[in-house]
Design a protein around this ligand. Structure first.
Ligand code: NAD
Ligand code: UDX
Length: 452
């Protein structure tokens, strides 16, 4: 089969690389309108950092995996076309700030309608509001000229930082499609692709709407767990309970389970907030304000957690951070990724800049130019510096903020760091990553999230 994927981003690139790696009988072409991104996919420095990705791409690229900006040819030649374009929160017009912006998806559907010469299976890989397939189908069918299109929903559940492991051994693959004979045949064609390496019982098939809605629901449930434990972290701080101990105690109940209960400075990433806002918008659209307000609480709690962290830093540091050097360790939204979308670090740094702090940022994978875009500042902004390591960032600092849980932060020589800081040396661990007792023994005024 010839497979095309429109959108060479964090999902399209790794997902298609895995399909090409596992299915040598298929040819996979990933296309994008962003020339720089495609150039990077064809270079030694891929545009996405994911452990294990470089090796998989190097093994398949040029053999059965191709990256190109020639969208039309790739569509024309393909039997199956994945849509993996971005679906950000709308910033304009009706539903601004909440609804998903579907213009990129619609453009893809119109492009397929324009250039396809024969029948195609079109697979929604992007995360979409429930019933989007109906619009995609209408656009394709009203321009069909005798060609037949089958629409499938195949949402992606990978998490960044573990994308390759998640793709190699997914908990499940979800495929939704029409329950007609033609729809079932299309579903089977995609099942066959995944069944090359995913145990068949882990490939779930449903109707289109269940599949579309399951993706939004999965992200809402995951984010809800984090907001729930973060809500409890505030209560822990008021009562001298320890949120890690509470999380462990409740997580050993098999009905609750231990995963995704790590209290933090707030969840980030390109998906959780966007997808919940979209779910909230959909509920309102379908006349369900109580359901909308229930899920909106997950976002409100996350905003509160980020705000709470900044306020705590400022109040602990004698109510002023003006002119003080604050070392920010970690800017990515989680470890093992260079992605900063919706990272809590962006919000915290903006709060501190408003208070006229000098911030020195170190992240092992995020580049200065990205940080400048995220903070909306120029390269020569006098309040922000970019450091080559944690030691440079913390030199002469009044406080350290740990905002991403990079493993290397645990291995730092904190005695050396303490010796070069201003006193009292404050440390705020926004990830509950470090041993606070050991830090206090060195002399740090160290605090975590949800720890008395
Ligand atoms: P991304 O922004 O990294 O990549 C999207 C790419 O699509 C961009 O490179 C853009 O140039 C390209 N594009 C947009 N319109 C195009 C067009 N008309 N023709 C060709 N290319 C076009 O986004 P992403 O993180 O890969 O996410 C893609 C989708 O997958 C989103 O719907 C997202 O919600 C979903 N998703 C993301 C993750 C994640 O961890 N990032 C996980 C699961 C699902
Ligand atoms: C998420 C979903 O996990 C994934 O299934 C979906 O396909 C895309 O969205 P991602 O955003 O890449 O993946 O990473 P994830 O591991 O879910 O982390 C999201 C945010 O929550 C990060 O900021 C992370 O640090 C935070 N988090 C996660 C916590 O604060 N506590 C936790 O216990 C888990």
């Amino acid at each position: 089969m010839k497979i095309c994927c429109i959108g060479a981003g964090y999902v399209g690139g790794p997902t298609m690389a895995m399909i090409a790696h596992k299915c040598s009988e298929h040819t996979v072409t990933v296309v994008d309108i962003n020339q720089a991104r495609i150039d990077a996919w064809n270079s030694d420095k891929l545009p996405v950092f994911e452990p294990g990705l470089d090796e998989i791409v190097a093994g398949a690229r040029g053999t059965n995996l191709f990256f190109s900006t020639d969208v039309d040819t790739a569509i024309r030649e393909a039997d199956m076309i994945f849509l993996s374009v971005n679906t950000p929160t709308k910033t304009y017009g009706v539903g601004a700030g909440r609804a998903a912006d579907l213009r990129f998806i619609e453009k893809c559907a119109r492009k397929i309608a324009e250039v396809a010469e024969d029948d195609k299976i079109v697979v929604e890989k992007s995360t979409l509001p429930v019933r989007t397939a109906e619009s995609v189908k209408r656009i394709l069918e009203s321009n069909s000229n005798g060609r037949k299109f089958q629409i499938l929903s195949n949402p992606e559940f990978l998490a960044e930082g573990t994308a390759m492991a998640d793709l190699e051994a997914p908990d499940r693959v979800l495929i939704g499609g029409d329950q007609t004979p033609e729809g079932k045949a299309a579903i089977q064609a995609l099942v066959d692709v995944y069944a090359t390496w995913v145990p068949r019982e882990r490939v779930l098939t449903t109707n289109l709407w269940s599949s579309e809605l399951s993706k939004l629901t999965a992200n809402a449930f995951l984010a809800q767990r984090i907001s729930s434990i973060n809500a409890i972290s505030a209560l822990c701080e008021a009562t001298e309970a320890n949120v890690d101990e509470v999380a462990h105690a409740i997580g050993t109940d098999s009905r609750i389970g231990p995963k995704f209960l790590k209290s933090s400075v707030g969840f980030g990433g390109s998906c959780f907030q966007k997808d919940i806002l979209n779910l909230v918008y959909l509920c309102e659209h379908f006349g369900l304000p109580e359901v909308a307000s229930y899920w909106n609480g997950v976002i409100e709690m996350n905003d509160y957690q980020k705000r709470r962290f900044s306020r705590r830093v400022i109040s602990t540091m004698f109510n002023t951070v003006s002119d003080k050097k604050i070392a920010v360790l970690g800017f990515a939204f989680k470890k093992d990724t260079n992605d900063t979308r919706e990272s809590a670090a962006i919000y915290i740094c903006k709060d501190l800049l408003e208070e006229q702090a000098n911030i020195a940022i170190y992240d092992p994978k995020v580049e200065a130019a990205q940080i400048q875009r995220d903070l909306g500042i120029d390269a020569d902004n006098q309040y922000v510096t970019y450091c080559k390591d944690a030691y440079e960032a913390t030199k002469d600092a009044h406080a350290i903020l740990v905002l991403t849980q990079w493993d290397e932060f645990q291995a730092l020589d904190f005695q050396k760091i303490y010796d070069q800081m201003q006193l009292p040396a404050f440390l705020f661990d926004g990830r509950n990553l470090l041993d606070l007792e050991a830090l206090r023994e060195i002399g740090f005024e160290a605090s975590g999230i949800g720890k008395g």
